[in-house]
Each structure stands twice: as C-alpha cells, then as structure tokens.
Design a protein around this ligand. Structure first.
Ligand SMILES: NC(=O)c1ccc[n+]([C@@H]2O[C@H](COP(=O)([O-])OP(=O)(O)OC[C@H]3O[C@@H](n4cnc5c(N)ncnc54)[C@H](O)[C@@H]3O)[C@@H](O)[C@H]2O)c1
Length: 271
C-alpha cells in the first residue's frame, strides 16, 4: 500500500472507526491497534455479555448489531454520529463460515451470503452518508482468499466473499470523487475462532496460519493507504499484497478493432 491514494490519510487521534464483527479475532486485534493511536473505536457485534466486556476491556464502545438487518446498520451509524460526532472509517468485518458437509445445503448457503455479502452491502449503504459528512473516509471490507480462489468445502462462503470483492471493485470508482476509498482484505487462514473446527488439522499438517494481528495490520494500513478497489491478499510469510486481476478479452469490431463501450452507457460521474 502506498501513500498516493484517495483515502484521506492514516488514522489520527480523535478519528472515529466502526468495526462490525468487532469483538471477534480480527476485530479485537484491529481495535487494539486503533486504540493505541487514540482512535475512538466502536465495536458492533451480536449482543452478549462477552461481547460487551470485550469492548470495555479494549477501551472501545459497543453497539449491538446483526449485520443482516439493513435498518439496524443505519441505526448504528446514526448512533455513532450522535455519540461521537463523526465517522471516518468503517470496517465491514462480520462474517461466518458454513459448516455443512452436504454437497449443497441451500439454507446454510443463503445464511452465509446474508451475513458475509449482504451484511457488507448494508454496512456500506449505512456508512456512506456519514463518510460524506466527514468529508471523506474509508470502507475496508474483510473478504477472504476464498473469494479469489473458491473453496470446495464452503460454496456459500466462496460466493459471499467473491461477491464482496466484486462489490468493492464495482463501488470504488463511484466513490473516488467523494474522497471515499473502499478496499478489501483477503486473508488466508488465520488464528481466530472461525477456524476452530480446523485448528487440529492445521497443527497436525504443520500448516502456517496468520496471527489476527497480521491481518489487523493490513486492515489498519488499508484505512489510510489502500488503492481504491484493491483486494489485498494476506498470507503467512508474504504480508499484504494487492491481488493482480487478469483482464477479460475485449469485444472486437467487424474490422478487428477493440470495441469501446458507448459513452452513453457510462454514468456521467464516471466518464
Ligand atoms: N480467520 C480466518 O481464517 C479468516 C480468513 C479470511 C477471512 N476471514 C473473515 O474475517 C472476518 C472476521 O472473522 P474472524 O476470523 O475474526 O472470526 P471470528 O469468528 O473471531 O469473528 C467474527 C465476528 O463476526 C460476528 N458476527 C457473526 N455474525 C454476525 C452478524 N450476523 N452480525 C454481526 N456480527 C456477526 C461474530 O459474533 C464474531 O465476533 C470474517 O468476515 C471472516 O469471514 C477470516
């Protein structure tokens, strides 16, 4: 990540950040990093005593949120602005993985997509007006390597994370003119509760997993310096590197020239 992008700078003392799924592994590690920079941190997560205590222990605020509830996402952002005056960055990080061993469990598939993809869309919708009021800011989506290299073990997760990456890439050009940067973080396997069912197998195979803080470091860096629309792969021993998307073949005209999309099809703000 470089310092040459549209995001309005690195986290500064007094900035306000919202983290969904904020009391989980990545959320806690990121909150600790941001609190060390004197950022006001609001953790939004499913309600519970453990979640509330986690936030308190980190010196962060807690708001209950189920990210699949579209109206609740907007209400949380309104509460953040009312209580802290502004919103500078939102980390759309809440997520679940599927557990079914069936070839296709559609009920589970839909639930995972609801949380991991629509939770991101609703979170972005809710944050955008507040980021505009703040004069710009960042949206950082926790996607996954599974969104770039779909996994046979979890089709719902692969679709949701692939969709989240496509959403980020599609939205980025629409927001650049407003000084709002949206980007995605695509970690490989990392040491949080989400890999509990696989932990023994990783250990037995001596397979390296990321620490939560390695991922949080990439999330923090994305706030201030992500390229709009970039998807940063985070892997053990590799660090965070922007994924290079291969282009698709362009249409050819009858004379063999590369066809250019008619300007009338492009929204005026993107021309
Ligand atoms: N750990 C990994 O190996 C890994 C790898 C790639 C991507 N990810 C992604 O990272 C993100 C954070 O996961 P983590 O590894 O910290 O796991 P985690 O299980 O520790 O944290 C996930 C958090 O999301 C919350 N959550 C779940 N459903 C929610 C809902 N409907 N509304 C609000 N909050 C909800 C959980 O309560 C939990 O606090 C997820 O999106 C996950 O898919 C994790």
């Amino acid at each position: 990540m470089t310092e040459t992008t549209a995001a309005p700078g690195s986290p500064r003392p007094g900035d306000v950040a919202l983290i969904t799924g904020g009391t989980g592994g990545f959320g806690r590690a990121l909150a600790a990093r941001l609190r060390a920079r004197e950022v006001t941190v609001v953790l939004a997560d499913l309600d519970g005593e453990r979640a509330r205590q986690t936030a308190a222990d980190l010196g962060a605020h807690f708001v209950p949120l189920d990210v699949t509830d579209r109206a609740a996402n907007a209400a949380v952002v309104a509460q953040v602005e009312a209580e802290h005056g502004r919103l500078d960055a939102t980390f759309l990080n809440a997520g679940i993985a599927g557990k079914s061993r069936d070839a296709l469990d559609v009920d589970e598939f839909l639930h995972v997509v609801d949380v991991d993809l629509f939770g991101v869309v609703y979170g972005a919708e809710a944050a955008l007006p507040a980021l505009r009021r703040a004069g710009g800011g960042s949206i950082v989506v926790t996607a996954s390597l599974a969104g770039l290299a779909p996994v046979a073990t979890d089709p719902g997760y692969s679709v949701a994370k692939g969709g989240a990456i496509a959403f980020v890439r599609s939205m980025a050009p629409r927001l650049v003119g407003e000084r709002i940067t949206i980007s995605a973080i695509c970690p490989g396997f990392a040491d949080t509760a989400i890999i509990d069912p696989l932990r023994d197998e990783f250990a037995a195979a001596d397979f390296p997993v990321l620490s939560a803080d390695e991922v949080a470091q990439a999330m923090e860096a994305a706030w201030g310096s992500a390229e709009p629309g970039a998807a940063y792969v985070v892997q053990p021993g590799v660090g965070a590197i922007p994924y290079k998307f291969k282009g698709v073949p362009a249409a050819r005209t009858a004379s063999g020239q590369t066809a250019v999309v008619p300007e009338a099809l492009i929204p005026p703000s993107l021309r």
